[in-house]
Design a protein around this ligand. Structure first.
Ligand code: GRG
Length: 296
């Protein structure tokens, strides 16, 4: 039987070591580096980098080859959390069980910390060393994929729609589309990067995209459910905030029980998309279930 806890814990350790190594070589030790370390090493679940490595492994590739991409994805994700928590956005005071970056430091430092992590992600991606030249176009494709997901057609657009729609009632289709941008596209880019770097063929990549779309949405539905039912101490962030801010969520549109059914269905779809993969995709299968059973 596949031991997901052991898998997640060993991959988290590898990712954390790689992130620490990048931060150690990235410049003078001063306030900005301190703030970057504070947020990046605050104990996130590392779902996106783990998905990137697991996708690489599903093709029998060496996950280490995808580590640069995995680290870049986590830096981009952390930058988006720092900026999302700012007073001008969600104005949150707790993240990953610790005071948010602008509370621990100050608002200007938090803005710059997000900027620095976003930039460092692309510095990391463009500094990858490889031993044969046919890897260059693959890395270029990965950089393209990740920048598209992080940019104005992805995360940023999702955040913009989220802000613009506060107080108005979204339809289910609008909600899905917003979350695809806010959450889904980076999860999709994580899986596709790992897949590209380990040489999955285009047919297999399509199946993985289908898996990614389903778990990306399931991740957000689960997040909305946790915002209602989750324990703030376990989650390391506040609960009940969506209702307070009158945010459109799956439970607010579908009801709690229907949302749970919907999340389960999405995981079933994701598992179906992996049907033709062999046991090397076992981590991806287990992660799909974890996405909706996690407590944080
Ligand atoms: C560009 C400012 C800006 C925002 C982009 C991604 C995003 C939009 C904002 C981040 C905040 C947010 C609530 C996003 C929804 C996705 C989500 C549930 C993020 C939390 O991700 P986890 O659970 O967090 O993986 P950890 O801390 O475990 O890494």
């Amino acid at each position: 039987m596949f031991d997901l806890d052991a898998y997640l814990s060993s991959h988290r350790q590898r990712i954390n070591a790689a992130l620490e190594a990048i931060l150690e070589t990235s410049g003078p030790t001063d306030r900005i580096l301190e703030a970057m370390k504070y947020s990046l090493m605050a104990g996130g679940k590392r779902i996106r980098p783990i998905l990137c490595l697991a996708a690489a492994e599903s093709a029998g590739g060496d996950a280490q080859n995808a580590m640069g991409a995995a680290c870049a994805l986590e830096m981009i994700h952390t930058y988006s959390l720092i900026h999302d928590d700012l007073p001008a956005m969600d104005n949150d005071v707790l993240r990953r069980g610790k005071p948010t970056c602008h509370i621990a430091f100050d608002e200007a430092t938090a803005i710059l910390t997000g900027d620095a992590l976003l930039t460092l992600a692309f510095q990391t991606l463009s500094s990858i060393e490889f031993d044969n030249s046919h890897q260059a176009p693959i890395w270029l494709r990965v950089i393209q994929l990740i920048s598209h997901a992080a940019g104005y057609c992805g995360l940023i657009q999702g955040q913009m729609v989220d802000i613009a729609s506060e107080g108005s009632r979204l339809t289910l289709t609008e909600l899905k589309s917003m979350h695809r941008l806010k959450t889904g596209v980076l999860i999709e880019a994580s899986l596709c990067s790992g897949a590209l770097l380990s040489g999955l063929n285009s047919n297999q990549i399509k199946m993985l995209e289908n898996y990614a779309r389903n778990i990306g949405l399931a991740f957000q539905v689960a997040d909305d459910i946790l915002n209602i039912e989750g324990d703030p101490k376990v989650m390391g962030k506040a609960a009940g905030t969506d209702k307070l801010r009158k945010k459109a969520t799956y439970p607010s549109l579908l009801g709690l029980q229907e949302s749970k059914k919907f999340a389960k269905q999405l995981v079933q779809n994701a598992l179906q998309a992996l049907e033709s993969f062999d046991k090397k995709a076992e981590p991806l299968r287990a992660i799909a279930n974890y996405i909706i059973t996690r407590k944080k």
